[in-house]
Design a protein around this ligand. Structure first.
Ligand code: SAM
Length: 328
């Protein structure tokens, strides 16, 4: 998710006290903290009520779809005070020209404020009104599904994993879970819009479920879905790279449809962070496409690794659910 370095110093209004960031890399956030040492910096996903910010910075670092970008720009713009600045760190290959048009349609005027290698920074100032951009998604896509015998509904969103149906691998993991549960504290790692965490919390009322995802839009959808499915109070969702936002917490089980379009070193880190956060005899239950064989990396961190379930080889892609368990 990282862009080339961009120097925000000439673009950041001096004296900005309230800043909203969305999807920004750690380096961009650090730069803002250095440039604006007095400012409070909030993630769009964790915005306090009735905020009226002086600056918003969004980073577009991958192809997440214009409807989602326009919707998120609209949310940022409406959280700004009049005269505040909206910056979008993006790239031509990621649709900067369309994003510029969206900003113009929404705020009346916008400009390319900086180019640095492949990186383009767009700038717009919030005027007295914000118009809904034509390309913004007006209603979130939704998925209805029966999981573990519960009727569940999930609002999803452009750019989220498996936004139109529950993924087959996700369903295989959920259905492979042993019906008699001794767990109390469970983590859904890489929760997306929340099917694993919410299905398990709905099925087993003793469970407390933490859900994390690196993508703020996924976490916002997961929070909406926690409320929609009536498991608030027992489920919470956080923006987090791996388990970084959960320092010190321990779990009886970590459940994860692991991301596989990430470097091998990231996958290994997610496995090791999971092992470190588990209680003795704790389980990491994962699903991935069978072509991504995790038995060796799991065995490096866990005493036992078993295949819990596997879809038929005729399914494409074929999925495998693995259970890795720590010793006492
Ligand atoms: C295969 S999807 C599974 C989503 C959801 N659990 C489901 O089954 O529908 C993997 C998820 O991991 C998230 N992810 C990727 N890298 C991550 C990281 N370093 N830390 C936390 N989540 C990450 C992605 O944003 C994505 O939502």
């Amino acid at each position: 998710m990282s862009q080339a370095f961009v120097d925000l110093a000439p673009l950041v209004p001096a004296g900005a006290r309230t800043v909203i960031v969305h999807g920004v890399a750690a380096g961009t956030r650090q730069q803002l903290a250095v440039l604006l040492p007095e400012a409070s910096i909030h993630d769009l996903a964790d915005l306090p009520d009735a905020v009226s910010a002086d600056l918003a910075v969004m980073e577009v670092a991958s192809h997440i779809g214009q409807a989602r970008i326009a919707t998120e720009l609209l949310e940022l713009a409406t959280a700004l005070r009049e005269g505040a600045v909206l910056l979008v760190v993006t790239a031509r290959r990621l649709g900067s020209a369309r994003q510029l048009k969206t900003l113009e349609g929404m705020l009346g005027a916008a400009e390319v404020a900086q180019r640095s290698g492949p990186v383009v920074v767009l700038r717009a100032v919030r005027g007295p009104e914000v118009l809904v951009p034509a390309d913004a998604a007006t209603t979130a896509p939704a998925v209805e599904a029966v999981l573990l015998g519960q009727n569940l509904r999930f609002e999803t969103g452009d750019g989220l994993f498996s936004k139109s149906r529950i993924d087959h691998g996700t369903r295989l993991l959920i259905e492979a879970l042993p019906p008699e549960q001794r767990w109390r504290d469970v983590l859904d790692l890489g929760c997306g819009y929340g099917p694993i965490g919410i299905a398990t919390a709905s099925r087993w009322p003793q469970l407390q479920v933490a859900m994390v995802d690196i993508d703020p839009a996924a976490v916002r959808a997961a929070r909406t879905n926690i409320g929609l499915n009536g498991v608030d109070g027992r489920c919470e969702a956080h923006v987090s790279d791996g388990l970084s936002a959960l320092s010190g917490r321990r779990f009886d089980a970590v459940l994860s449809h692991l991301p596989t379009h990430v470097p091998k070193s990231t996958l290994a880190r997610l496995i090791h962070e999971s092992a470190a956060a588990l209680q003795p005899e704790g389980d990491l239950i994962t699903v991935t496409a069978s072509a991504v064989d995790l038995r060796a990396p799991l065995s490096a961190a866990f005493e036992t690794v078993n295949v819990l379930s596997e879809s038929p080889p005729t399914n494409s892609p074929q999925y495998r659910v693995l259970q890795a368990t720590l010793s006492l």
